[in-house]
Design a protein around this ligand. Sequence first.
Ligand code: FMN
Length: 204
Amino acid sequence: MKILLINGSPRKDSNTEAALNEVAKSLNEENIETEIISIKNDVKGCMACNGCYKLGKCVIDDIVNEVAEKFKTADGIVVGSPTYYASTNGTVISFLDRLFYSASYDLGMKVGAAVCTARRAGTDTNFDVINKYFTISNMVVVGSQYWNNAFGRLPGEAKNDEEGMQTMRHLGKNIAFVVKCINDGKAKYKINFNEEHKMTNFMR
Ligand SMILES: Cc1cc2nc3c(=O)[nH]c(=O)nc-3n(C[C@H](O)[C@H](O)[C@H](O)COP(=O)(O)O)c2cc1C
């Protein structure tokens, strides 16, 4: 079982990285494999060319396609983003738009979790923005004992946010449990939803 962790901070030794490391450590203790991938700040936005419909992957061959390939076989994804202007960092949004729009495989019952860092405010919107990608993809969202936030301003400062770090460790334990349950459940149950997706676009 494997979980990908996406670090959306452009900074070295960032707070987002510190939070994700804590989640990963906790997952490893439960024998879940992890890979932390830093997307830096070099991700173009979606061009709405729909080329991915034909290609099965994004026409821009960069970190998005690299992660898409790994996400295919992973059991879940944790997306970490610093809060910028009370929302998700623009690079992370570009990354997620293209990853989720171009993923040509079934994401159903993979787990997803958002991890948000900030100096002081705006994590709520950041958290909501990230979770929207999971909840339109038949994924299972995992939470912790508090919303998955860690606070700090300078790189690495969030390591001193005791509650934030504990929230991350607890998130790791919850993800491990849910992934194991889904794995067992898949062997036992089926999801019998075989209707074609109706796309009415608010027009009849
Ligand atoms: C462009 C920009 C906008 C920011 N906006 C906010 C904000 O709205 N709220 C906040 O609390 N911190 C804000 N911050 C501070 C970062 O969220 C904070 O330093 C965070 O710990 C950075 O995470 P990182 O170390 O993983 O990059 C902003 C920082 C930058 C560079």
